[in-house]
Design a protein around this ligand. Structure first.
Ligand code: K7E
Ligand code: CUA
Length: 770
């Protein structure tokens, strides 16, 4: 950007930078020499060739990683493993202005718990929206384990739009997982607790009053928002429900949620009781919960389900009576539950068991149809015998957790936490195919589009909890290690280590990059968080500042401003001590990546104003003083000059009438010199315009946007020229020179945009049309 700018300027100013005449010549090293020097093997070079992405290159897949305790989402490319973005979700993110502008504060405020801001999250499981079981690339959902919340991110601009808080739960883990047409987003509890509306219930009443649950959040694809009023929850026993997955294809309409601590044990070391971990792992089996959401939805729609604390709640009694919920024992302290791409099998791994258990959906249905149960749990939920549901059990290794799928039928990959390995196996035939050591202690793992009905295979990412010795030491807190593995062949091959230094990411989902079509600019005057035209959208030339006071004498200053290279309009904001100041800024640019920022001394303000966006900030001007503000993005050659002052005057301040002190006095000669430069510049601009208009530039939206912005700048140049002419006519050389310089500033920006457009056309092989 800066280089382009310099080039544009040097063309305009007519300077050429000569290359230094003498420097030492060093011959380029050969591949063999570099390999020798860096100690690289043939295998390393092959791995590098599979991940290295030359400058300007793009990745085949985009991965969305949970940001763990950072409460964010991390976006990176595969196979390059280059981080592309952090998306602020439950946590303020200043670069994006998230949590610093009024629009995004409103999103974070939706996530308040009992009126309290909880501005972090423990994000675990991202999920991409689906259509007929395929990732459609429209939305991303992510959960917060610490507080039972789910967020909606729109992938047309990678911004968080909505946070919903579960009105019954006090923690969760089994979310976010979507049903095959994103009808619902699943969210299951983790730690049983009395439902929210009960407030305090002593822990002695655990079995009777504490509950788990599974919420199916209804999603409106038209609006792109979760609709809490249409969502429903299954009441569940006070087991620690864990992960979930939605049925697909054969098992469409059903959901699967496993659990641990079905012992219902409550620890209490301080009361002399053995700890939670002892009592929560004493039984050999826990329970897989099977829920029929399709039938539950019908009951809800028929008005047969009562609401509790604003949420439809299907009680255990109702679920049992209507045949909506069943249990199957699963060994032992399970963690992951994953439905195979064809929907025929459900794979569960017990952390304290060396097997993966493959349950058959067909067998489960047969048992339900025949009413063949081995008994009931203490709450009366029917239990299907393990032998009646099991397809296969495969010895994989120590500490199996999560499973993902290959493009090849029946091939799955399971993380082995204790062994620190990935196991590749065949779940139809029940045999192990390959194992690979990773570094170290893997949690989740993920294959390309691995949750969909048609996984792509190709790559697998192991999400490792410990990095230990893999990277340069950076203190006691290490980054996490995501390892890229090639799964295109029979044997897995480790390709690359990527340190992830932002929380402990749990799960990641990856989608084919060409399924995403994010916008490069907003519609003009857009409130991106509400996805609607902002009432504060301001057009060029319509900027204004208004001060109104109420009956109590409390005054509000409303600033309707704009930003464009290289000024903020207004440049001086005058208010009185005690005023509330509401600043609304619209970015007038259309050119790709022309973002402006806004920061002000003494106030927690940092805006990111992308092309077309309108953002607002509310400031209490409670202390008299001078408050410089400026643009925080290096947006143009005169970015540093993109500045202004908020003047907060003391309450009874009487202004003396005085002229502004000028720094430099200009003469007619200065004015004439500037005009000469401007006319030369205009000649360059005319050449660029002639090049653009003689080509089919209208076929390139990027160029059209650049031309629109350049036309704006030339319009401003014309206005400044008129002011310069008028001042010169009255021999006011001070203002004549300053306006002539402003005229030139607009020309420079127009020329810069024009040159970018010209370069784009040349590089894309545009056709000459006249
Ligand atoms: Cu295994 Cu929260 Cu899915 Cu961590 S979870 S690993
Ligand atoms: Cu706009 Cu810097």
């Amino acid at each position: 950007m800066l280089v382009q700018k310099k080039r544009a300027l040097s063309i305009l100013i007519g300077t050429a930078i000569g290359l230094g005449a003498s420097f030492n010549v060093t011959a380029e090293k050969t591949l063999e020499q570099v390999m020798k020097e860096r100690g690289l093997t043939q295998k390393d070079i092959l791995a590098a060739a599979k991940t290295y992405t030359p400058t300007g290159g793009r990745d085949e897949y985009l991965a969305f990683s949970s940001g763990g305790q950072s409460g964010q989402v991390i976006v990176y490319g595969i196979p390059s493993m280059r981080i592309l973005k952090y998306i602020g979700v439950f946590t303020p993110e200043p670069w994006q202005g998230y949590g610093f502008d009024d629009e995004s504060k409103a999103v974070l405020a939706q996530g308040r718990i009992d009126g309290k801001d909880v501005n972090y999250g423990d994000t675990h499981h991202p999920a991409i929206s689906e259509t007929e079981g395929e990732y459609d690339g429209r939305w991303l959902f992510i959960n917060d384990k610490a507080n039972p919340r789910v967020a909606v991110i729109d992938l047309h601009d990678f911004e968080t739009k909505q946070i919903v808080v579960n009105p019954l739960f006090r923690s969760e883990h089994g979310g976010a997982f979507v049903t095959p047409n994103t009808e619902y987003v699943m969210e299951a509890t983790q730690y049983a607790a009395p439902y929210k509306d009960l407030g305090f219930v002593p822990v002695e009443q655990f079995n009777d009053k504490y509950r788990g649950g599974l919420t199916y959040w209804a999603f409106d694809k038209q609006k792109g928002r979760i609709v809490p009023e249409n969502s429903f929850t299954f009441e569940m026993p006070p087991y620690s429900q864990d992960l979930s997955d939605a049925g697909k294809k054969d098992s469409f309409g059903w959901g699967f949620t496993n659990s641990f601590c079905t012992e219902r044990y409550v620890g209490g070391i301080e009361r002399g009781r053995p700890p939670f971990e002892a009592g929560c792992s004493s039984k050999d089996t826990d329970f897989l919960h099977i829920t029929n959401w399709k039938k539950a939805e019908e009951l809800v729609k028929a008005g047969k389900v009562q609401k509790r604390n604003g949420m439809y709640l299907i009680t255990m009694e109702q679920a049992i009576a209507e045949g909506l919920m069943f249990l199957i024992p699963e060994p032992k302290s399970p963690h992951g539950v994953d439905v195979t791409p064809d929907g025929k099998f459900i794979i569960v791994s017990g952390k304290l068991d060396s097997h993966a258990s493959v349950f058959s959906f067909e067998k489960i249905q047969a048992a339900i149809k025949a009413g063949k149960f081995e008994g009931k749990d203490p709450y009366g939920i029917p239990i299907i015998a393990i032998k009646d549901a099991l397809h296969a059990q495969v010895e994989l290794g120590l500490g199996p957790l999560h499973t993902q799928f290959d493009s090849k039928p029946c091939v799955a990959y399971t993380s082995l936490y204790v062994d620190s390995m990935v196991g590749k196996w065949n779940y139809c035939e029940g045999k192990v195919l390959d194992k690979l050591s990773i570094h170290y202690n893997i949690g989740h793992l993920m294959t390309m589009e691995g949750d969909s009905v048609s996984p792509d295979g190709k790559y697998l990412v192991a999400m490792n909890k410990l990095a230990i010795d893999r990277f340069n030491p950076v203190g006691p807190l290490h980054p996490q290690n995501h390892q890229l593995i090639d799964i295109g062949n029979d044997k897995m091959q480790l390709l690359y280590d990527m340190p992830l230094p932002l929380g402990e990411p749990h799960y990641v989902v990856a989608i084919k990059a060409d399924k995403l079509q994010p916008e490069v600019r907003y519609k003009s005057g857009w409130n991106s968080r509400a996805d609607e035209k902002s009432p504060f959208a301001t057009r060029a030339g319509r900027e204004k500042t208004e001060r109104t006071c109420d009956a109590q004498g409390k005054c509000t200053v409303e600033v309707m401003g704009t930003v464009i290279r290289s000024h903020i309009n207004p440049e001086i904001i005058e208010v009185v001590e005690g005023d509330t100041v509401k600043i609304h800024l619209t970015n007038l640019e259309r050119a790709e990546d022309e973002v402006h920022g806004f920061a002000m001394y003494g106030h927690p303000v940092q805006l990111s104003i992308e092309p077309g966006k309108t953002t607002s900030v509310t400031i209490e001007a409670d202390k008299a003083g001078v408050y410089p503000y400026y643009c925080t993005e290096f947006c143009s050659a005169l970015h540093l000059e993109m500045q202004g002052y908020m003047l907060v005057k003391p309450k009874d301040y009487q202004a003396e009438k005085a002229a502004m002190q000028e720094g430099v006095a200009y003469t007619k000669a200065d004015y004439d010199k500037q005009v000469k430069t401007n006319l030369d510049t205009q000649a360059v601009i005319d050449q660029v315009v002639a090049f653009i208009t003689s080509h089919n530039f209208k076929d390139y939206p990027t160029v059209v946007a650049l031309v629109e912005d350049a036309t704006d700048q030339l319009g401003f140049a014309k206005g400044a020229k008129e002011k310069a002419d008028a001042a010169a006519a009255s021999q006011d050389w001070q203002n004549a020179m300053l306006w002539a310089n402003q005229w030139w500033q607009y020309q420079v920006k127009a020329a810069d945009l024009g040159l970018r457009a010209k370069t784009f056309l040349e590089q894309s092989g545009a056709k000459k049309i006249n």
